[in-house]
Design a protein around this ligand. Sequence first.
Ligand code: UD1
Length: 439
Amino acid sequence: MSGMNALHVSAPWWKPDSGRTLSIRGGRPLGGTYPVSGAKNAALPLMVSALLTPHLVTLHNLPANLDVAVLSALLQRLGAGLSWSTGASGLSLTVCADRVHAEKIDRELVARMRASVLLLGAVLARCGEASLPLPGGDAIGLRGIDFHIAGLRAMGAAIELEGGMIHARAPRGLRGAEIALPLPSVGATENLLLAAVLARGRTVIRNAAREPEVTDLATCLIAMGARIDGLDTHVLTVEGGAPLAGAVHTVMPDRIEIGTLACAAAITDGALTLANARLDLLGAAGPLLRAAGVELETIEGGAVARRAAGGLVGVDFTTQPYPGFATDLQAPVMALMTTARGASAITETIFEQRFRHVDELRRMGANIIVRGRTALVRGVPGLGGAAVTGGDVRAAAALVIAGLGARGETVLDGLDHLDRGYDGITAKLKACGADITRA
Ligand code: UD1
């Protein structure tokens, strides 16, 4: 793969594991401390924000995962200088984007990661032009980028879609605009925010996403000197156009990893200390997990998760924009519900095709039927190991949880997906007592 060289150069910590499958022997209660990483979905837009200024931007607590490695390779192709270090604040990156070459966006790398569409707003705002292939990433539905494009057009960009490419130009710079998003899209909000801080004048983004990762990005942009109001709300107002300075920012903890590992502790009837976890980030997933029989307690420096004495109980939930139940936790919590007492009706409203884990969980003995956007899970006494494939990043995480709770051996394929989203999950689980090997 020709992208690999670039990955190696720009992310020296990234050691692609040669193992193509993960073998899990389930049934061992997890214990000890699981260090929660920085949030992947915050890290990616934060890394892109460094392209908005010629000054140094330092990010601490980055997750060492494949998406971060791919994006760092992309930043480097665009002309940014990267410097990595590891210390008490985890993995840190300093980006020097004193020059940005808009024409150097790498097709193959973009195709590997949907979040690379975030480069569009930032590179366009910084250079007055940007061309990139229509982004790749998880196969979990249409995932259009029409809101991104309409928003940038409203800011004065001329955008053409041609032969699988997006060509955007704003030779005289972007200008502030009133934008109302049809849905509170996380990526569109971030893309437009990145563009708006360099656009001349005021931009108002209505029906903006208010996921904590959007707030983390806005907080870093404010540290760079941007003027943004409405953090944590559905209306963001940006007074743009002033040059930005550098900044130092620590990436927020990964709320999806927190919820996923709480499921792992509960399904194995273990207890995990989730270092750096913040339960307030879970939104509706916190009370829901508690109702399902997962004890969650905040402690100094993190949280503890374990199965409640009364055992796991089926609960119904529907995925929603934040602070509703996160779509990224739908698959892991479904895995947990497969062995709960009673039934669980799980409705997915954010993405089409986000039930790719269902057939795989069935192979392991789960009783699940799907009717449209709802999966009905009837708890079974136990799962059995099987050969399964993780079709997207969260499906892969769900299958790891199921495997940890199942009798016998589960062999999981599709590890690229797992690597995209989870920093060192195999080693971290092993340190917590899981019988898990990558081969
Ligand atoms: C981000 C997260 C992803 C999470 C999702 C929802 C990152 C890198 N990824 O993805 O993990 O599952 O938020 O919380 O942060 N849509 C359109 N047109 C657009 C944009 C979106 O139709 O221009 C639709 C999508 O198809 C989807 C819905 O809006 O049905 C929400 O998508 P969005 O919030 O944009 O998700 P992402 O930003 O791609």
